[in-house]
Design a protein around this ligand. Structure first.
Ligand code: 5RP
Length: 235
């Protein structure tokens, strides 16, 4: 019997694991696509004996890495990861990203901003012509005053904003103890940089799920088993 065909997410995750070198400090993103990276990385640790350590972007990732035998570290010990690998909810032609579907956007952005190289792994359907057209934009906000902050986000962002809830109907709480607003833009996000600036200035907004100028390489897995590399054009 033939082995099962790897999924689009799996080929992307495996391609990212091939970029890891012995001794690297890694930033470990959050999500189902990057989980394939963790699996392939764990295989390399086991089979090749490479020594790496990773800074997790969420409790979920910390637990998964521990389960797979990937050693963990933190930004106090290792403040400049060599390679950050993460997923994304949307990627536009300039490799700008929408992130935060898993609610880990704040720590993910801190890691991406500190990493020497940021590689994003996605499956099919994540590449878009304009951000905000296929996914709601996550914005992390403080619980204090969140209803008032939601109104300001909607007004300044010219969007509809919704408080994210968990399965029990209560507000979804991030690892940092905050809430998440999911923002819908009727015709997508026309000026991501301007929107980012407008939303970031609202007191109570902790982080915006727009990742601009942070990504060096996108590995887009396809269901035919190929991986398309999208390389950032640096200014
Ligand atoms: C978590 C994220 C994830 O990277 C993003 O939601 C993509 O997840 P997946 O690979 O499961 O589609 O930003 O905060």
């Amino acid at each position: 019997m033939n082995p099962p065909t790897p999924s689009d997410k799996e080929v992307a995750g495996r391609a990212a694991a091939a970029l890891v070198e012995d001794g690297m400090v890694l930033g470990l993103g959050t999500g189902s696509t990057v989980d394939h990276f963790f699996l392939a990385l764990a295989e390399r640790i086991r089979d090749e004996g490479i020594m790496v350590r990773g800074v997790p972007s969420s409790r979920r990732t910390a637990a998964r890495a521990t389960e797979l035998g990937i050693p963990l570290t933190d930004l106090e010990r290792d403040p400049e990861p060599d390679l950050v690998v993460d997923g994304a909810d949307e990627v536009d032609p300039e490799l700008r990203l929408v992130k935060g579907g898993g609610g880990a956007l704040l720590r993910e952005k801190i890691l991406a901003s500190l990493g020497r190289r940021v590689v994003v792994v996605v499956g099919e359907g994540k590449m878009v012509e304009r951000l905000g057209t296929s996914f709601l934009l996550p914005v992390e906000v403080t619980p204090f005053g969140h209803s008032a902050v939601l109104k300001r986000v909607a007004a300044l962002g010219r969007c509809q904003a919704f408080l994210r809830t968990a399965d029990d109907g209560q507000p979804f709480v991030t690892d940092n103890g905050n809430y998440v607003l999911d923002c819908r833009f009727d015709r997508g996000i026309r000026g991501p940089a301007a929107l980012h600036a407008r939303l970031s200035q609202i007191p109570g907004v902790v982080e915006v799920g727009l990742f601009l100028d942070l990504c060096d390489l996108v590995l887009e897995g396809r269901s035919d088993g190929t991986v398309v590399e999208h390389v950032a054009r640096k200014a």
